[in-house]
Design a protein around this ligand. Structure first.
Ligand SMILES: *Cc1c(COP(=O)(O)O)cnc(C)c1O
Length: 376
């Protein structure tokens, strides 16, 4: 059976994890947490990066830093993972769902402005499959309407939009290091902060509402309870696993892009015949091979293809029941305008196995089976 996902593992993680244990510093903000944060700050050029226990938690921190409260409205796509919405719904804010573009599956930037009311405070967007949203248009809308922008860049590490790293363009960016993502620490994430004015507040939030980060830097002689907060810092053992992968980031990224390009080339004849659709990468976007998907004609055809692949030892999956039609979506949000593409496109999308260790011959076998299904 070819699994849909295998957690990234380079073989050298145990050495660094052993070192973290030998350092006698297995709680947060030890050697490897610092190394991971510095690595991300250097790689993205952002002002500050804080490692967190998950992307969900980074999004929660962003919602708190945006000061979202009861009665506020947040614009987001309905085609996303629940965490994008949970982050601010937890604070009592309402979700206003906007339709997606059928080509990238990202929020349709041209529909955002119409969804703005006097209650709108922020836009939470998602760079689906590591392919950037139309950030120039979105940032312009945000500036004109004084809205905060949070990038759910869970899938978008090492991706750029017009040369700028995704996660660094909005006010806050959130990465995920869950085992299904390109770089992993089991469970984990990071918050990227563009404007340095939010750094101190973010550090306090992350450290149970205390100024402990300042204390460890020797900037205060005791740490105190400064504000509300929680515990969003991961163990240094997990950071050691992640740092090992950052040390081989280019190699991991290249392996995924090789498989992605291989799938694309092998399946191109099916697209040219008009039987399936392939991912679209707009000009100006550089992606990271996070995900390879195809689009079938409809739900019925997708179900048959999933079964056919399973019979041939291949696990292919789909995801995101649109949030607006899910029980919590009905309770916490509303859909603005017409659902032209969200539901329809989500029912056609199928993800093929994609992970760092996926072999060239496995990807060839998988593409071959998809072609066989379509009689090619
Ligand atoms: C994976 C993912 C998340 C959640 O990440 P965690 O680190 O598991 O909290 C959020 N949003 C999107 C778009 C994701 O793909």
């Amino acid at each position: 059976m070819i699994r849909f996902n295998v957690p990234p593992f380079t073989g050298r993680e145990m050495e660094n994890m052993k070192k973290a244990v030998e350092n006698m510093h297995i709680c947060g903000d030890g050697e490897f947490t610092k190394k991971c944060s510095s690595y991300l700050e250097e790689a993205t050029g952002t002002s500050k990066c804080l490692l967190t226990t998950s992307c969900t938690h980074a999004l929660e921190m962003a919602a708190l830093l945006c000061n979202l409260k009861e009665g506020d409205e947040v614009i987001l796509p309905s085609y996303t993972f629940v965490s994008t919405a949970d982050a601010f719904v937890l604070r009592g804010a309402k979700a206003v769902f906007v339709d997606i573009r059928p080509d990238t599956m990202n929020i349709d930037e041209n529909l955002i402005e119409g969804a703005i009311t006097e209650k709108t405070k922020a836009i939470f967007l998602v760079h689906y499959a590591g392919i950037g949203c139309e950030m120039d248009v979105i940032m312009d809308i945000a500036r004109r309407h004084h809205l905060m922008v949070v990038e759910d860049a869970a899938q978008a590490i090492m991706c750029t939009y017009k040369g700028k790293p995704l996660g660094t363009i909005g006010d806050f960016g959130c990465y995920s290091f869950h085992e299904t993502k390109n770089f992993s620490m089991g469970e984990g994430g990071a918050l990227l902060i563009r404007d340095p004015k939010y750094i101190e507040e973010a550090e306090i939030l992350r450290e149970k509402g205390t100024d402990r980060s300042k204390y460890f830097r020797g900037q205060v002689d005791k740490y105190r309870w400064m504000n509300f907060g929680s515990s969003y810092l991961p163990s240094d053992m997990n950071a050691a696993y992640l740092y090992t992968q950052f040390e081989q980031a280019d190699e991991i990224n290249k392996a995924r892009l090789d498989r992605w390009n291989q799938y694309y080339e092998l399946l191109l004849p099916l697209k040219e015949r008009g039987v399936i659709e392939l991912p679209v990468v707009p000009k100006g976007c550089v992606h990271n091979g996070h995900m390879f998907y195809i689009k079938t004609k409809n739900l019925e055809e997708r179900t048959r293809l999933v079964d056919f692949l399973k019979e041939n030892g291949i696990m292919a999956v789909f995801h995101y029941v649109p949030l607006h039609s899910a029980p919590a979506g009905l309770k916490f949000g509303r859909f603005y305008g017409e659902d032209k593409y969200t539901t329809r496109e989500s029912e056609r999308l199928l993800r093929l196995p994609m992970f760092y260790q996926l072999k060239e011959e496995e990807a060839a076998y998988i593409a071959g089976k998809v072609k066989e299904f379509y009689g090619a």
